[in-house]
Write a protein that binds this ligand. Structure first.
Ligand SMILES: O=C(O)C(=O)C[C@]1(C(=O)O)C=C[C@@H](O)C=C1
Length: 282
């Protein structure tokens, strides 16, 4: 039985992602209230796996999770891309005109910004997760509240769906990373022949063209840059860390590229080498 830490309660998108990624396995989810709590839980037990949202196609990157991952000792062993479709759900018998407040995870609220702007009477109040908001409304019988959550969460907690597909754009996808302690990662992580993607993080000296030189070397080795995200380095104003995802056909060329850029970069950390998700789950 695999134990997977998730952020959120049953019916949240992390729960769905865990069951999809490990669809062939017998799994038990360990629910954590926040992302930092999830990383703390993972640090206490090396036999646990984790699944963590890293970016969304509407709301952008979860910057906090980039930093939590870098500061942890964990490795990425895989990824999952999931279509996210939100509903507005409330207690049975309530209509949209009865509502005064909407609750959800901040990322979910951001993904529904246009819908929420069309309903200015709804006070936006952030909660820990989407399904948790639905659960709270049901358990505490919160009239006047609606949750932004998945259709499954609404039915799980007995809420009525007032509107479906309220995300700003139908092309709403979240990418999740599957993370594990290094020892466990080496046991159950991808076989070398399946590795075609890596996530790395580094800093650069403040010199002319420093980033451009790194990118040129990656391109010379036929390494495709699939994502670049910078985050501020706390305490060193206007200096940044670069989180880079790369994809490649040859693991040997990737290793050569890493060795070639090493002298040009500082504080290099390889967050994980894994198989790119080839499909996006609906
Ligand atoms: O609240 C949830 O249901 C979550 O799983 C969190 C989360 C996120 O962290 O981005 C997961 C996927 C969606 O992008 C919306 C919310």
């Amino acid at each position: 039985m695999k134990k997977i830490t998730i952020q959120g309660v049953a019916g949240c998108y992390h729960d769905a992602a865990a069951h999809l990624y490990f669809s062939e396995d017998d799994i038990q989810t360990i629910e954590c209230e926040t992302f930092p709590a999830m990383f703390e839980t993972l640090a206490t037990d090396a036999s646990l796996l984790g699944i963590v949202a890293i970016e969304n196609t509407i709301a952008g990157s979860l910057l906090q999770n980039h930093e939590l991952l870098r500061q942890s000792n964990l490795r990425i062993i895989g990824e999952l891309k999931l279509r996210i479709s939100h509903v507005l759900a409330a207690l049975p018998g309530q209509s949209i005109d009865d509502l005064s407040e909407v609750n959800s995870h901040p990322m979910a609220l951001m993904q529904c910004e246009q819908f929420l702007r069309r309903h200015p009477n709804l006070k936006i109040v952030e909660r820990l997760d989407t399904a948790g908001s639905a659960k709270e409304i049901a358990t505490d019988n919160l009239e006047g509240h609606a949750a932004v959550c998945g259709e499954y969460a609404a039915s799980l907690y007995g809420l009525n769906i007032l509107e479906k597909g309220i995300e700003t754009n139908k092309r709403n996808f979240t990418r999740f990373l599957i993370i594990a302690d290094p020892l466990l990662a080496s046991e159950i992580g991808p076989a070398e022949r399946d590795i075609d993607k890596a996530s790395i993080v580094f800093t650069l000296p403040h010199t002319h063209g420093a980033l451009s030189k790194v990118l040129t070397i990656l391109s010379f080795y036929d390494i495709n840059l699939s994502k670049i995200q910078s985050t501020p380095i706390v305490g060193r104003e206007w200096e940044y860390r670069f989180y880079v995802d790369v994809t490649f056909d040859s693991l040997v060329r990737y290793h050569q590229a890493i060795e070639a850029v090493r002298p040009l970069i500082k504080d290099l950390k390889i967050l994980g080498e894994y198989a790119e998700a080839k499909i996006t789950h609906a």
